[in-house]
Structure formats: C-alpha cells, structure tokens
Design a protein around this ligand. Structure first.
Ligand code: GLN
Length: 382
C-alpha cells in the first residue's frame, strides 16, 4: 500500500509536555516539567465521584453538562466575580480546558482570520488556530517581567482580527494580568466583533495578595468573552479531563453547535461528584495559600543557587534563569539537566515566537514538599 497523507500541522512535533515527562521517566528523574501534582486529591471528592457511579449517574449527561454542576459554577462566578452566568444557557462543562479552547477556536475562526496571542503561549493555541485556517499573530513578552506592551497589541489588531487569546495567571511565565491590562484590552476591543478567549485555568493560584482579574469583571469585555476554567487544576486531578467555559448566551449557542458533535457531553459521574464537592467553597478558596507556601518553600531552598528568579505571581510554575551557568540552548539544557542531573523542567523557547531563547526554564511546584526539597538539592549542586 502506498498511501500518502498530507499533515494538517506539518511543523508540529510532539508536545513538549509528553517529551519531557517521557524523558523524566526514562531517566528516573524528578519530574517538575509537565504541570501536575504528585500528591493525591481530596479523598472526599474521590468518594463523591464513586458514590455518583454507584448511584446510577452512568448514562449521558445533558450536552452542556449536568445542570447541578452548571448551577454550582454559576453560583461560584456570582460569589467570586459578582458576575452572572445563566446555568442553562451560558455555561458548558468540557473535557478539560483544552477542549473548551479548541472548540471555541473552531467555532469562530475561519480561513485567514487573525488571532492575537501572547507568547510564550500555551502550546495548544497555535495549532488550534492553524487547523481552522486562521493566522496566529504573536505579541512576544520578554523575561523576566513578561509585561505587555499594549501599543504593540494595538498595532497588531486590525479588521482581520477575529479573536484575542489571553491567559491569566499566565502559563508558563507565572505573570498575572493587572486590572490596567484588562482595561487596555477592554479599550482595544470595544465596538469591534473581536472574541476574547480568556484562559483562566489558574484562577485560584495567585500570590502575594494579588487579585485575579477575570475577563468577566469588565462588562463590555464580558459581552465578547469566553472565560475558560479547569477542575483538573483546581482539584488536583489532571487526569480527569474536566473543565468548563462561560460566555453570553448568543456566543454559547454557537459554541454548542460544535461542542455537541465533538464530545457530545463529559463524563457524568465526575460532574455529579464535583457538583456536590463544590457546595463547600473552601475546597477552592484555600488554594492560593496552599501553593504560595509551596512556591516560597521552593524559592527559599534555592535562594543561594546559581539560578536567578523573580517569584511567580500565579500558576504553579516558577521560571528560573540559568544564564549564570551556561549559554546552552534551553531545550538542550533542559534535556541535559534531566539526563545528567535527574531533574526535568520545561524550556520556554518552545512557547516563544521563532523559538526565542531567554535562557529560562519552567519548574512545576505542585509537588510534595519532599519532592521540592530533592529538586532543590539538585539545583543547588549545579
Ligand atoms: N497544562 C499543563 C502544563 O502546562 C500540562 C498540559 C499537558 O500536559 N497537556 O504543563
């Protein structure tokens, strides 16, 4: 057989998360690369999901998700952001945030539509845009602050711009958008048809007294935005693949046309278990403090190492600058650190425009204290 198929993504290799986690496994290295906790989630949540399975929540959920869960999400959005989303028409439960993001892009992006993204950008955005014939327009942020030059954004927005994707707290940099950033975005998009995709999966991990600036806090912005969130991140179950998105009714109606034929609906017992678990807001309200302690422990342990850093303001990632140690390309250094020193991280260049190499690596601190201590020992020995 001589079949020849053309790739739809000819320039895309395997995602760095699989590459680095695979390398960590092969070399038995401590894995601070892919973002996932090495501790278990709350037994109470696991029991609630098992209970849901044992009580018959085993057939299809409604397409948009279990109404109980959508009501719980609506209540949370109201309580945290004073923002009202109708549970029946404005909230959809998705197979992780990644599916929400992919479906939003597919719903709105047509051939030659431009989508503004901020780089370093989470690696699913760009392939999603390209699969739909869209054109990613990058605004490159610079280490160590990763702050946004809104003049550059203004120059890149034109009548071809169909969407702007933001991510706050920002993966991989740990930067968080300020209120002023959101107001700039509000100004730039006002009176246009631009859709804002606001990836807020780390909304509950924000440090040093900063406040999460959700797109739904700003009425005009909210009217054009999808707010994307993740239960996997919040409840320490990245393998459960469950998240959600919120948007005004007219936008969600278009989203549902695509969602119904891509996943139909999400794992039902998990939805029921999470809906019950969410009745107690303390299950997500304490997360910033929990992770700030981990960040602080990790950074205090490596304070005297040769790596330099600016403490992460959000997410469970810390960026470390290794330019005092070597001038190697970051991907090569990340691999060498895994193979020779037994510690895996993620190089930032893979998320950058033209693979810009700022000599920084991303480390995930969603780990047991003992894991962070072992990782710090390695970093201190370099
Ligand atoms: N979001 C996680 C990270 O940034 C993992 C994503 C993935 O493995 N697909 O590391």
């Amino acid at each position: 057989m001589n079949m020849q198929h053309k790739s739809k993504l000819p320039h895309v290799g395997t995602t760095i998360f699989s590459v680095m986690s695979g390398l960590a496994k092969t070399h038995d290295a401590i894995n601070l690369s892919q973002g996932f906790p090495d501790f278990g989630s709350d037994q109470k949540l696991i029991d609630l999901v098992s209970k849901a399975m044992n009580s018959g929540y085993n057939q299809y959920a409604p397409m948009a998700g279990s109404l109980e869960l959508r009501k719980a999400i609506s209540k949370k959005m109201e309580a945290l952001y004073n923002s009202s989303y109708h549970p029946e028409h404005e909230i959809t439960v998705t197979a992780g945030a990644t599916q929400a993001i992919s479906t939003i892009i597919t719903t709105f992006i047509n051939k030659n539509d431009e989508v503004v993204i901020f780089k370093p950008a989470y690696d699913s955005y760009e392939p999603g845009i390209k699969l739909n014939g869209g054109i990613p327009i990058a605004v490159q942020l610079q280490a160590p602050d990763f702050s946004i030059d809104w003049e550059e954004v203004k120059q890149k927005v034109n009548n071809q711009t169909k969407m702007i994707i933001i991510n706050t707290p920002h993966n991989p940099s740990g930067m968080v958008f300020s209120k002023a950033d959101l107001l700039e975005l509000h100004e730039i998009t006002r009176g246009t048809d631009i859709i804002v995709l606001s990836d807020e999966v780390y909304e509950h991990m924000i440090y040093d007294g900063k406040e999460h600036q959700s797109a739904c806090l700003f009425p005009d912005l909210k009217s054009r935005s999808f707010v994307v969130a993740s239960f996997c991140k919040t409840f320490h179950n990245t393998g459960w693949r469950i998240g959600y998105c919120c948007a005004p009714k007219e936008l969600m109606k278009l989203f549902m046309q695509v969602h119904q034929f891509s996943v139909f609906c999400v794992h039902h017992p998990t939805q029921k278990g999470i809906a019950d678990y969410m009745q107690e807001p303390k299950h997500y309200m304490g997360l910033s403090e929990f992770y700030q302690n981990k960040r602080d422990l990790f950074l205090s342990l490596i304070e005297h190492s040769r790596f330099s850093f600016k403490p992460s303001s959000g997410t469970y990632f810390q960026v470390l600058d290794y330019s005092n140690i070597t001038q190697e390309y970051d991907l090569d250094y990340a691999k060498r650190l895994t193979v020779e020193s037994g510690l895996a991280s993620i190089p930032l260049s893979v998320f950058n425009e033209n693979n810009l190499d700022n000599k920084v690596l991303r480390f995930c601190f969603a780990k047991k204290d003992e894991t962070l201590k072992k990782a710090a020992e390695i970093l201190n020995s370099i």
